[in-house]
Design a protein around this ligand. Sequence first.
Ligand code: ADP
Ligand code: MG
Length: 374
Amino acid sequence: GYQRVLEENRKLYNQVQDLKGNIRVYCRVRPFKPGQSNTLSSVDHMDERTITILTHSKNGKEARKAFTFNKVFGPSVTQAEVFSDMQPLVRSVLDGYNVCIFAYGQTGSGKTHTMTGPKELTEEGLGVNYRALSDLFHISNQRKETISYDISVQMLEIYNEQVRDLLSADEIRNSSQNGINVPDANLVPVSLTSDVINLMSIGHKNRSVCSTALNDRSSRSHSCLTVHVQGRDLTSGNILRGSMHLVDLAGSERVDKSEVVGNRLKEAQHINKSLSALGDVISSLASRSSHVPYRNSKLTQLLQDSLGGQAKTLMFVHIAPEYEALGETISTLKFAERVATVELGAAKVNKDSGEVKELKEQIASLKAALARKE
Ligand code: ADP
Ligand code: MG
């Protein structure tokens, strides 16, 4: 009846709102490390959408540069607050969207904190990965009378342009043929947050197998948790598929080529290449170029289906507040700004009923129905 019409109207309206922007960029500023509170900061000012950076020109004169994003999270913003902001995006996976969430920034800026949480995990500390999956479980359970959902995850690492399955410790064959870019990695069904915690700890163990004290591999590789969702409408039998990639990117810091050699140089070159390939893909999508250079890196090949007009992207750019980090901070903000000014076409649900036009028509007719009731 009436309640239902209201509810439908609200849902459709939200969907239209959701379709408006495909790429969103959030900036998150890490707090100072304990005991560091009097350190000089490069952050001059922050508000909901703008961050102003303090720099000095060659003659020592102070200068300020402002960068605008969809959202700026200051150092005191909690994990729960960050997640609540992106919750609608996460939930859209259950409606058949493809979603890609990236954590970008120099090593030590808080990427892993955002995606996974601090080393000593507490309930409040839980990062996006856990919160997203818990939320999907929660909502799919709420809908179980009407839709039956299967949720499964993969965990991959890309290191030196090689893809490794973190859930089976195998290297993955180069499987990108026929445009099928999701490699043949272990796909594990999950239905409880504890399943996810267990899998992630297996993944983290596998990841650290190859790292030594001197060579912290985790900051030089991309790690990607992929969530596959399949929903079957219990009345119509229709199937809906959505996916979500949660990517903790390699550290974006530039390495002084004169100072590193051998493996370190090779790693740095691979990282540079893949992060700039990511930037290139996004900017060529933005300019609607007929050629999108997905094939320039493993990362963009892997994410091809989730980067583009069909999908939604959220990029977290992480900033370290210390003045010493200024150079990296500026280069991170510039990368982010390139991505943030992008405006892609409307995201599409993975079935043909999701067109904005159609939704707008439905909203108009629901509004008319509401008006008649009133
Ligand atoms: P990255 O993954 O970018 O190298 P980390 O996530 O490991 O950086 O963060 C570096 C350190 O700063 C860690 O000890 C982490 O727990 C801490 N940290 C990062 N972001 C925050 C935050 N928003 N609040 C509290 N501590 C944070
Ligand atoms: Mg990290």
